[in-house]
Design a protein around this ligand. Sequence first.
Ligand code: THU
Length: 133
Amino acid sequence: MHMKELIDMATNAREEAYAPYSRFAVGAAVLTSNGKIYTGCNIENSSYGLTNCAERTAIFKAVSEGDLSLETMAVVADTPGPTAPCGACRQVMAEFGIKTVIMCNTRGDKKVITLAELLPFAFGDQDLSGDGK
Ligand code: THU
């Protein structure tokens, strides 16, 4: 796995964060099964709830380019320990098969964890197999 490259690309993507409201910059990078890397940053809005996290920016860039087979996500922010992705991003990671998350911070702390550990009992398409009644 290109762990260092993925972390470096997430760190660079963080420079593009549009976070004038929280002033909390986040960078992410996602590795596809064919070795391509997509990056993302958080993008805030004056209507706060419309904010898009860095992780989802990276995933949506990949999916919108036709890359639906995602493997590993790196995320970096200035947190005391390794940056943990929010719940919404964990669910979106589950949708696109991300298995491993590299949580980092700007001071070099790092924790590699599985998505199954971050989001046990994830909701998924298997849960939509009933008749809806
Ligand atoms: N944020 C992310 O980009 N990723 C996360 O995993 C946690 C939170 C962003 C959203 C918002 O722009 C700022 O960080 C503060 O919550």
